[in-house]
Design a protein around this ligand. Structure first.
Ligand SMILES: [Zn+2]
Length: 258
């Protein structure tokens, strides 16, 4: 949820209706096919604590996560602490974590003009390819979770997975261009909701995505603690839930860019 200046969502009635319609209008219908429960743990904006503490904990459990990077914020200070530098992002990638796109300027994709969104995302992709020395960036998360049908439709051709912020487990027919995800922030409620969803995921397999920001003993209002991350991983492994990056998960459940 990081922004260079405090973000003001559009509160007009029209914007609210648009947002609701966008959520239900599938731009890239896809079917999640899996016998096994699958979980992806992701971090938006990548404050250094997510790259250091967060990644170290995931690696202790033998799993990898997804990091969504707004390249324009790299190395800058934020209310979640310093944002990771290109070198730190390259290290994460080299350690097997997935580096996803998040727009260059942390753009509200529901408000900006179509061409502006595409140019900004293109710049983001090119920079990430350079930083990671890779040929493709396969996953995207909408900054603030905000999007629009024309944007979803276009970006579904560029990315295998696109993540929103609406809670829920991805099962059956979903929108590959606006996948559901549980946010964990500083509130106990957000942690409890995601923690108990693991049992639902075990009962009826699908693909569950969690996202947070910083990982610290005293997290920002958008982050979580190291102990909470460990508890989630303990529980997921206890339930024999497979934990993998968004790209690997998408391939497991049968997604492809069409
Ligand atoms: Zn963000």
């Amino acid at each position: 949820m990081l922004a260079p200046k405090p973000y003001e969502p559009n509160r007009s009635l029209f914007a609210k209706i648009e947002r609701r319609l966008t959520q239900y209008r599938k731009a890239a219908p896809a079917t999640v096919i899996t016998d096994r429960p699958i979980l992806s743990i992701t971090f938006d904006d990548c404050p250094t604590s997510a790259a250091e503490t967060g990644a170290r904990i995931l690696e202790e459990y033998g799993v990898r996560g997804g990091y969504y990077i707004a390249t324009g914020l790299m190395g800058r200070n934020s209310h979640m602490g310093l944002v990771s530098t290109p070198d730190q992002i390259a290290e994460l990638f080299a350690a097997g974590h997935e580096i996803g796109a998040h727009s260059h300027s942390h753009l509200d994709c529901s408000q900006a003009k179509h061409d502006e969104v595409m140019a900004d995302v293109e710049r983001n992709i090119e920079l990430l390819k350079e930083i990671c020395h890779t040929f493709s960036v396969d996953s995207f998360a909408y900054p603030y979770g905000e999007t629009r049908f024309d944007v979803k439709k276009h970006l579904a051709g560029d990315f295998l997975t696109l993540r929103g912020i609406l809670p829920g487990i991805n099962r059956g027919m979903v929108d590959r261009a606006q996948l559901r995800a549980f946010e964990i922030d500083h509130t106990q409620h957000s942690f409890d909701r995601a923690y108990s969803a693991l049992d639902c995921l075990k009962q009826t397999p699908g693909w569950m995505i969690i996202f947070t920001h910083d990982v610290a003993e005293a997290p920002s209002q958008h982050g979580m603690t190291p102990d909470q991350l460990r508890r989630l991983l303990d529980r997921a492994q206890e339930l024999d839930i497979e934990i993998c990056t968004p790209k690997v998960a998408a391939e497991r459940v049968g997604f492809s860019v069409s």
